[in-house]
Design a protein around this ligand. Structure first.
Ligand code: B12
Ligand code: SF4
Length: 466
């Protein structure tokens, strides 16, 4: 029997809104590269990439949200037609579709397109949303298989099962299997497997994941539920190998470490920085962290190694809310780390969230005022979204404001439909969102930092401490 032809698809969402999606689907590439090492013909199709997409500010994102919902309803939308055409061209025997919650309906639609082309093509769904709702995935009739959790080994197992014709009803859902204990076992994602690679910038191809999981327990986040609440690291040598490869092959100048919390273990961060310095590679990088993990020594070594952008999760400017959402930090501590960032000369950006169910109008204004006080060179605002099985999701059950497993397409961090605030009246909440978004957009315009431009040659005046 000839080996199967496999196509892995990242479904569309942002592209309907004319929005750019940075990077590439790292998880799908991890699965694809693993399968390809075992001799399978496999490709990855990221449907988010297209022409005519651009970076949008927060107010524009809110306004363009309905284009996604309309796109889901319109079978003749050019994006669905493109997807249909590409599947016909590739003629896969097996299609794997990924789904974060907001894209579940989109994943379902891609599955329907596959089945309308040839009902014998097997379709498997995976990723975070199917993992949270594993039991109800098969009711759709579109998905032949569901894989929960980490996909690489389980997908390989499924492919072998299909090849041997050993499929029975009780193995259509694959949930069991340990986490991969040694991440160096995974091959470096082979970017050549992207069918539309020409649509990715070299910076897009510079996304690297160096760890899986996060040891913290923020009550709105499903990292712990998905990755098990522990962090597993790739070795520094293995990460450097990927950096060497992509800087040579794709001339990547800007790497983005997309780990949940890249600056995490102090010793590892410093060792990584030293190892990268030794290699003398002309590359910059972006890293994500929490305020309580920032210190001077790490910042200095990261700067030396080429770190030009640090994103830090602040989340709220209200002490009470920080406590309620389990951030395990304080405004005082945040201010201290912002002082260190300002002194470091590294460009930085701060993440904030509004719309937690415990928030009053005053809490939201506290967040806005705190953002202005720390004056970040870039500020991201997200609207709280309850993700399945998180602590806050469970709290919302009692106030009857939950999304259901199959209406998540209406909710994301910049959706006008997000409203989970029993302490604020719905219309008032909408007005607050518009007001706060306007202020965040103004903050970002102040530094004239639209995407792609924002971190080059950052040279901020030192601002002193608070
Ligand atoms: C990088 C990132 C982004 C990038 C994505 C870039 C890209 N081109 O893919 C950007 C910044 C654009 C982004 C956007 C958003 N993101 Co994001 N993002 C991440 C982050 C930090 C890493 C993703 C990643 O590559 N992981 C590494 C790989 C290895 O993991 P993986 O993708 O989950 O894949 C593995 C498994 O899930 C599984 N798998 C995945 N797909 C499939 C498919 C099949 C068939 C199978 C069998 C298995 C399988 O196998 C893979 C390998 O083990 C994650 C957090 C995290 N740690 O994963 C959040 C995360 C995925 N994002 C999240 C969210 C909410 C969003 C947004 C919806 C935010 C928003 N704007 O509202 C948007 C969605 C935009 C969109 N329309 O897609 C949530 C999803 C929660 C949920 N229940 O939906 C996460 C989990 C963060 C969190 N902790 O809450 N994101
Ligand atoms: S929000 Fe960030 S720090 Fe908190 S648990 Fe999730 S990934 Fe970890």
């Amino acid at each position: 029997m000839t080996k199967m032809r496999i196509l892995l698809i990242e479904p569309p969402c942002e592209r309907f809104k004319g929005m750019i999606t940075p990077y590439f689907p790292v998880g799908l590439l991890n699965i694809a590269t693993t399968l390809s090492k075992y001799g399978y013909e496999v490709k990855v199709y990221d449907t988010e990439k297209g022409i005519n997409t651009e970076y949008k500010n927060f107010q524009e994102r809110l306004l363009s949200y309905d284009y996604y919902l309309q796109g889901l309803e319109n079978d003749n939308h050019e994006i669905w037609l493109e997807i249909q055409k590409i599947i016909k061209e590739i003629e896969p025997n097996l299609v794997g579709i990924s789904a974060v919650s907001v894209k579940y309906k989109s994943a379902l639609k891609v599955g329907k397109i596959v089945k309308s082309i040839d009902k014998d093509i097997k379709v498997v769904v995976g990723g975070i949303h199917p993992t949270m709702y594993v039991d109800s995935m098969l009711k759709e009739k579109v998905f032949d298989f569901v894989i929960a959790g980490e996909g690489e080994k389980k997908f390989l197992k499924l492919v072998k099962m299909i090849e041997k014709g050993k499929i029975e009803d009780n193995n259509r859902v694959i949930t069991e299997g340990d986490y991969i204990s040694d991440l160096d076992f995974l091959p470096i994602p082979d970017r050549e497997l992207l069918i539309n690679k020409h649509l990715f910038s070299s910076n897009d191809l510079g996304a690297i994941m160096t760890s899986r999981g996060c040891p913290y327990k923020c009550m709105y986040c499903n990292s712990k539920i998905f990755w098990g609440g522990k962090i597993r690291f790739r070795s520094i040598e293995n990460v450097i190998q990927e950096i060497k490869l992509i800087t040579q092959k794709y001339k990547v100048k800007q790497i983005s470490f997309i780990d949940d919390v890249f600056i995490n273990d102090k010793r590892r961060t410093i060792n990584f920085a030293k190892a990268l310095c030794k290699e003398n590679i002309n590359v910059n990088f972006l890293a994500v962290t929490r305020p309580d993990l920032i210190d001077k020594e790490q910042l200095e070594s990261l700067k030396k190694a080429g770190c030009n952008y640090i994103k830090v999760g602040i989340e709220s400017g209200s002490e009470a809310i920080l406590k309620k959402i389990g951030r395990n930090t304080s405004l005082e501590l945040i201010k201290k780390s912002i002082g260190l960032l300002n002194d470091s000369g590294i460009f930085w950006g701060a993440f904030f969230i509004i719309g937690f169910p415990y928030e009053t109008e005053e809490d939201i204004y506290n967040t806005l005022n705190f953002m202005k006080a720390i004056d970040p060179p870039y500020a991201t605002l997200s609207l709280f979204t309850p993700y399945p099985q998180t602590k806050i999701f469970n709290d919302l059950k009692s106030i009857n404001l939950l999304p259901t497993e199959d209406n998540y397409e209406k909710y994301d961090h910049h959706s006008p439909y997000n409203y989970f605030s029993p302490l604020i009246e719905r219309n008032r909440f909408r007005k607050l969102v518009e007001e706060v978004m306007k202020e965040f957009d103004a903050q970002n315009e102040k530094f004239n930092v639209l995407r792609e431009k924002f971190y080059s040659q950052w040279n901020r005046q030192q601002k002193g401490n608070f």
